[in-house]
Design a protein around this ligand. Structure first.
Ligand code: 2P0
Length: 345
């Protein structure tokens, strides 16, 4: 590859690259930061990468641009959102004196609606930047880079099941994600019951910061997380579906209970979210193994095994306000693709 002629900084590459990263869903949730500097999470987390939801990002460095250009879902983004991207590129380059980037990104699912678009988006961007800036980062270092764009993005570098570690150092070098099991470990399914495609009113960063500052049970949340993480790792290794499901629901409701205890309270649910929770619990009473989780948005994500998919879909599509269901399997790691090829693996 040919280097761009830019301020004597070596390594920049001309031409464009396209990266794909899948979204992920936390089975043991991340909520709260121990430091805003370097975006350091207050707790570790465990996630499942989802094949059906992804961001596809094309990046090209251009010497002649005055500022970065970021096009998301065919619309040019400006202001705060663009600054977040530019800051991330400065951080990756280690300098503001870098060639500007023209970035075009698409999500194949609603953006900013609790479906982890920032996770897949920043993971894809980290991979693309690594390639064009010639950084040669390994996966762990890429996860640390992606984390600084968005905490959950660190987990989208990997396929299958993944753990985001809680570090102790201020520089964040220990706050990295590792793979626990690849996508072939276990054929579970995650059904996303979409109850609204509107952008959420309160972003995750603001939501978790308010929770940390005002929720009276915040210290207990932090203190109880290591046990949940250990139990989840054991249950995943053993493919113990009931245990994984029970822990997943517990972590979800602990996080949302905590957010509700913030001042003013934080509630990401709508009426259909609540109805769907009851529908899933009813299914379980009737012997169907289905467990749910909810993120910073009103969608309900139902963890199940392949044999229960159709029964659950039928029951949940019957809930008033459920618009449609996205079915996902464990997805692959973030990767560079041929932009001409439509099929995303
Ligand atoms: C998670 N969420 O573990 C939790 C559960 C939402 C609910 O990580 O501030 O966009 O960019 O680090 O990663 C969403 O928050 O927050 C999130 P920042 P992020 O998936």
């Amino acid at each position: 590859m040919e280097n761009l002629n830019h301020s004597n900084i070596e390594g920049y590459r001309s031409g464009s690259v396209t990266a794909v990263a899948h979204s992920n869903i936390a089975l043991v949730k991340y909520w709260g930061k121990r430091a805003v500097q370097n975006n350091l999470p207050a707790v570790g987390s465990i996630s499942l990468t989802l094949d059906a939801l992804y961001s596809k990002t094309n990046l090209e460095l251009k010497d002649r641009l005055d500022q970065d250009i970021f096009v998301l879902n065919e619309k040019e983004v400006e202001g705060k959102q663009l600054r977040r991207i530019s800051d991330f590129l400065d951080l990756a380059a280690g300098t503001k004196d870098r060639p500007k980037a023209h970035i075009e990104s698409e999500n194949n699912f609603p953006t900013g609606a609790g479906l982890a678009s920032s996770a897949s988006g920043f993971a894809a961007l980290a991979l693309a930047v690594n390639d064009r800036f010639g950084l040669n980062l390994d996966r762990i270092s890429l996860s640390a880079l992606a984390r600084q764009g968005s905490g959950s993005a660190a987990r989208s570098l990997y396929g299958g099941f993944c753990e985001m570690k809680l570090g102790t150092k201020e520089d964040g070098s220990e706050d990295v994600a590792i793979q626990l099991h690849d996508q072939s470990h276990w054929d579970v399914r995650l059904l996303v019951a979409v109850t609204s495609t509107q952008k959420k009113e309160l972003g995750s960063t603001e939501g978790m910061n308010r929770t940390a500052q005002t929720a009276p049970f915040y210290d207990e949340w932090i203190a109880s997380q290591p046990t949940d993480l250990e139990e989840m790792k054991k249950a995943l290794s053993a493919r113990d579906f009931e245990k994984v499901g029970e822990l997943t629901e517990h972590s979800c409701f602990k996080m949302h209970g905590l957010a509700l205890a913030a001042r003013p309270p934080i509630l990401y649910w709508n009426a259909a979210t609540t109805e769907t929770i009851h529908r899933v619990w009813k299914l379980r009473q009737n012997g169907i193994q289905a467990y749910l989780t909810i993120d910073a948005g009103p969608q309900v994500k139902i963890l199940c095994l392949p044999e229960s998919v159709e029964t659950i879909k039928e029951a949940v599509l019957g809930v008033k306000g459920v618009e449609h269901i996205i079915e996902a399997k464990p997805g692959t790691a973030a990767h560079i693709v041929d932009p001409e090829k439509e099929i995303i693996l």
